[in-house]
Design a protein around this ligand. Structure first.
Ligand code: NAP
Length: 248
């Protein structure tokens, strides 16, 4: 089967590391990004150097019209999606619930929950035999925050990832008989620019002493688990989670 992979939010961080690893595994890849065109093109250049076919497409992965256009570009230029990584995600300034505005809460749920559900919907329209597809694999990028709740920092983010976990279990069972697997990874503290969004770029360094393994993780360590779950090597895994939290 042709392997066509969409990774949302893959111009940097965990998504970019996953794209580079998947390029070595024979996928045709769509790098999706929201704003940083130059970063997306830099990753595309690295992927082409590995000999893989790649396109970069700007789209807000939580807006259905833009998701429809994104999948249409992939259909036309790479072929229908057979693999999806719902990686795009956001977090906001660390704070208590009393300080969180309605707009912040809605944006968190739209980006981290509605976006992955919309992308999975349009992936199923290509993957499911009900729609002429031949199966596929979806990996959702959740967080250990879904288990821990992130009190005093961002309970909104943790709750959004909890919803993503529940969606992973439900969708996995919904499409298990159609040759489609749905799994998730739950990273802990990973060195990426994500932490700028919470107001502390040095966050992982500061929290390392509290991590049982004594160090933060790197994006490549998360990418290994994502690419394994996507692959046929994980052929009997669906509705499951791989935690990459250094013991958290
Ligand atoms: P990152 O370096 O900040 O990358 C996030 C990417 O998502 C960026 O490329 C961003 O693009 C994109 N993005 C955000 N909203 C988007 C949208 N609506 N549509 C399309 N793209 C969008 O973050 P990361 O650390 O690699 O995080 C990736 C995933 O891992 C997230 O889901 C995050 O919740 C999860 N995670 C991260 C950690 C960690 O410690 N880093 C831990 C647990 C879970 P723009 O810059 O253009 O907006």
């Amino acid at each position: 089967m042709e392997k066509v992979l969409l990774i949302t939010g893959s111009s940097r961080g965990i998504g970019a590391a996953t794209a580079l690893l998947a390029a070595r595994e024979g996928y045709r890849i769509c790098i999706n990004y929201q704003s940083d065109h130059e970063a997306a093109e830099r990753i595309c250049d690295q992927i082409r150097e590995l000999g893989a076919q790649v396109i970069a497409v700007q789209a807000d992965a939580s807006d259905e019209d833009q998701v429809i256009a994104l999948f249409a570009r992939i259909d036309a230029e790479l072929g229908p999606v057979t693999a999806l990584v719902n990686n795009a995600g956001t977090v906001a300034q660390a704070s208590r619930l009393e300080e969180m505005s309605e707009i912040r809460l809605l944006r968190m749920m739209k980006t981290n929950v509605v976006g992955p559900m919309l992308c999975a919907k349009h992936a199923l329209l290509r993957m499911s035999p009900r729609h002429g597809g031949k199966g596929g694999s979806i990996v959702n990028v959740s967080s250990v925050a879904a288990r821990l709740g992130s009190p005093g920092e961002y309970v909104d983010y943790a709750a959004s990832k909890g919803a993503l976990d529940t969606f992973t279990i439900g969708l996995a069972r919904e499409v298990a008989g159609e040759g489609i697997r749905v799994n998730a990874v739950r990273p802990g503290y990973i060195f990426t620019d994500f932490h700028v969004l919470s107001g502390d770029p040095q966050r992982v360094n500061k929290l390392e002493p509290g991590i049982p393994m004594g160090r933060g993780g790197v994006a490549e360590e998360v990418a290994e688990a994502i690419v394994w779950l996507l692959s046929d090597k994980a052929s009997y895994a669906t509705g499951t989670f791989i935690d990459l939290g250094g013991g958290r």
